[in-house]
Design a protein. Structure first.
Length: 438
């Protein structure tokens, strides 16, 4: 059922469930700038063991393979736990029936000149999707068998879904994406033009498979583990990372806003639906809609960090003190001499309150397509603020992103021990409170 209003986590949760002997299963690979880092750290500090998975790697011929011994050792060292070395690459862009082209190969004839009129073989796409789903669920069944043997007498298990993405490796797509998410003036390209094309429709299908359907498969295929642990008096929980806008301080009040155009938004809403369905069946699964930050994957969205910067004001609104002052001072030190942090925040407020942005703050219409004026404002403001830094590779948004990653990790970890909703928003007020409480 579609959510009519964002439901916010309103108080700092405490871990009342997990401890030594319990297991966090990270259902996705761990990347240094990703949200999952904070959750893994929180679980490790509570004494939990960490088990991870791998999406595998592609060989020179494009075939999926497990990690090599060297790759596995490096990945396990980064995770701080064991990794089940069975490739769980989601999506179907590289899958096909024997002798047939896969979707990526189908796109090889697409160019910057013909992409909007380019047509795909949708019967072939459907067959590839079926092949990809069968491959993924077969590998998932094997992974669950291995996991069962690793859990031993663990009393509680927390499954953390972190899979997202699914953009096919089409040569022309990077140039198209640059125009959709960064194009200004003559280079502007409507996001509607992308999602209404065959390329866009394929991307949306693959997003569904990677970002959303994998959560459903995880819940379904862990049923035997869940039933065994719960029968013994333990608990099994599921978390997933969503994005569906965030409440930030705009004009002195916390208001919902969003990055436009967030093409994965359709898949993120399907992710929420899987949590709602599981919750209705008595399974404690929660999607946590997290604030905007800069990550390896979100960097394609030029200006997404603009919604992050008002966290500085939230830190003072939610109590301030030494921790807030230290963060403000560290951010101020990253700016050019003569540039005040307050000036940066004023530019963000001017952007957020600009008349051209107001129509995009309609929760019921999310995710909305972009507009030329909106993109010009978003990208232009972002570029102006970046230029105010001493070093373009050391940004205020990077420092704040790291703070948000660890704060949301603690919030999700604590709340998952006694979850109350299938979908929750982690807005700037509760994130600021968590940062200050640390």
């Amino acid at each position: 059922m579609p959510i009519s209003q964002p439901i916010a986590l309103q108080s700092l949760p405490e871990n009342t469930l997990y401890g030594s002997g319990d297991v966090l299963v990270l259902f996705g690979e761990l990347f240094g700038r990703g949200y999952a880092t904070g959750l893994v750290d929180a679980a490790r500090k509570a004494g939990m063991s960490i088990v991870g998975i791998t999406v595998g790697r592609r060989d020179e011929a494009g075939a999926l393979r497990p990690l090599t011994d060297e790759e596995l050792a490096e990945a396990e060292a980064g995770l701080g736990g064991r990794i089940i070395n069975i490739p769980l690459m989601a999506g179907f862009d590289m899958d096909a029936e024997p002798g047939q082209p896969n979707p990526t190969e189908m796109l090889s004839a697409m160019t910057l000149d013909n992409w909007q009129e380019f047509k795909l073989d949708w019967d072939g796409i459907a067959r590839s999707r079926a092949v990809g789903t069968a491959r993924f669920t077969s590998a998932l069944s094997q992974m669950m068998d291995v996991l069962e043997s690793m859990l031993g007498d663990a009393r509680n298990v927390l499954f953390a879904h972190t899979m997202a993405g699914g953009i096919p490796r089409a040569k022309a797509f990077l140039a198209i994406a640059n125009r959709v998410y960064k194009g200004r003036g003559d280079r502007y390209l409507s996001s509607d033009a992308l999602v209404s094309s065959d390329l866009g429709k394929l991307i949306l299908q693959n997003f569904d498979e990677v970002t959303a359907n994998t959560f459903g498969h995880l819940i379904d295929h862990s049923r035997a583990i869940r039933e065994r642990i719960e029968a013994a008096g333990g608990a099994v929980r599921y978390t997933a990372y969503g994005y569906h806008g965030t409440r930030i301080l705009i004009g002195g009040q916390y208001k919902w806003q969003t990055y436009t155009n967030y093409t994965q938004g359709f898949a993120k809403m399907r992710l929420e639906e899987f949590a709602q369905k599981a919750w209705a069946e008595g399974i404690k699964a929660t999607v946590y809609n997290c604030p905007e930050i800069r990550t390896n994957s979100s960097d394609v969205f030029a200006g997404i960090e603009l919604s992050l910067l008002p966290l500085l004001d939230a830190l003072r609104r939610e109590g301030g003190g030494a921790v807030a002052d230290q963060i403000w001072d560290a951010c101020q030190a990253m700016l050019q001499d003569g540039t005040a942090l307050e000036e940066v925040l004023k530019r963000v407020q001017d952007y957020q309150t600009h008349p051209a942005m107001q129509s995009f703050y309609d929760f019921s219409k999310w995710p909305m397509p972009n507009s030329g004026e909106q993109v010009d404002l978003t990208v232009g403001t972002s570029q102006d603020i970046v230029a105010l830094h001493k070093d373009r590779k050391q940004l205020v948004s990077d420092l704040l992103s790291a703070k948000v990653i660890h704060a949301t990790g603690r919030l999700i970890f604590g709340n998952s021990s006694a979850p109350t909703e299938p979908v929750l928003w982690l807005d700037h007020d509760i994130v600021a409170q968590q940062i200050l409480s640390a």
